[in-house]
Design a protein around this ligand. Structure first.
Ligand code: NAP
Length: 263
């Protein structure tokens, strides 16, 4: 069991929804740290976790402040997806207001390699505008939120890959694959070829589980429209689960091994 070098025994909130959050949950459970795992509740069948779960929004910054204090939380780990910017901003504000230490567990962004044909765009709207005017076959690898601006472009055919079938797509407009990562380069290459994809649209999520589509696009010489990460206020950040455990065990309020980072 981890005991903080400060006085009280830690009680941790993990803001989840990523592979890294699941890895952290396992590490906290193994170390017998008192922790609660939070899901937004976006998917019908969220992965089970080895920690007590809560599901659903907190009710903005005020709701989160009240919840943190009510639950006697001593540490918050923001392990949400890099595009879950609202939750990350709320966590930063709520931790500043309540004085509860915050650490982000965040994977580095993907970097272009030789052979990549990436067009960087700042947001969803720009990604939709970056698509060609001529009819094209698009792998829209952005999850189920924010697909409307793309589907409004009637000339294109879309391949969507989703965790659950939450989007209606007429067969003449495209195809939905239900799958949860991690994905392999071989399978993603075959998927792009099978559907005669001409363009890939993706978020710069980083991490290994969803990187295969970029390697597949590189292998096939396909252009990728890559959406840059949204801005999040600077906060202590690490990419390593073991450093999160060290931080929890460190004297209260210390940022320990983590570095200040924000984009
Ligand atoms: P978001 O836009 O940043 O958050 C919107 C609201 O959803 C938040 O203000 C909060 O509601 C609630 N929320 C988000 N994450 C939460 C969590 N872990 N626990 C409790 N409430 C949460 O978030 P999003 O982009 O919709 O992402 C939602 C979830 O899906 C996150 O957990 C994220 O890690 C995961 N995810 C997102 C993406 C993506 O591309 N955005 C990809 C993979 C996984 P209140 O204000 O009411 O507290």
């Amino acid at each position: 069991m981890i005991e903080s070098q400060g006085s009280a025994i830690p009680r941790v909130l993990v803001l989840g929804g990523t592979t890294e959050a699941s890895r952290l949950a396992q590490a906290l459970a193994d170390a017998q740290v008192d922790a609660i795992f939070s899901y937004a509740g976006r998917t019908e069948s969220p992965l089970p976790q080895p920690l007590p779960l809560r599901v659903g929004g907190f009710g903005g910054v005020d709701g989160l402040c009240a919840w943190l204090q009510d639950q006697h939380i001593s540490h918050v780990v923001d392990a949400t997806h890099p595009f879950a910017a609202q939750m990350s901003r709320n966590a930063a504000t709520a931790c500043a207001v309540t004085g509860i230490p915050l650490l982000a567990l965040e994977r580095p962004a993907w970097q272009a390699q030789v052979g990549d044909h990436w067009q960087h765009v700042p947001d969803i709207a720009s990604a939709a505008q970056a698509l060609p005017h001529t009819p094209s076959r698009i792998f829209l690898a952005i999850g189920r939120q924010h697909v409307e601006p793309f589907l409004a472009l009637q000339q294109h055919w879309f391949l969507l890959r989703l965790v659950d079938a939450a989007v209606a797509l007429p067969p003449e407009r495209g195809h939905i694959v239900l799958a949860r990562g991690p994905f392999t380069v071989a399978a993603d290459t075959a998927l792009l070829q099978q559907h005669r994809i001409t363009h890939v649209v993706a978020k710069n999520s980083g991490g290994s589980g969803a990187e295969a589509k970029l390697s597949a696009a590189r292998a096939l010489g396909l252009p990728v429209i890559l959406i840059d990460r949204p801005a999040i206020p600077p906060r202590p950040t690490t990419g390593r689960v073991d450093e999160v455990l060290q931080w929890i065990a460190a004297p209260h309020g210390s940022t320990g091994v983590a570095t200040e980072r924000g984009v």
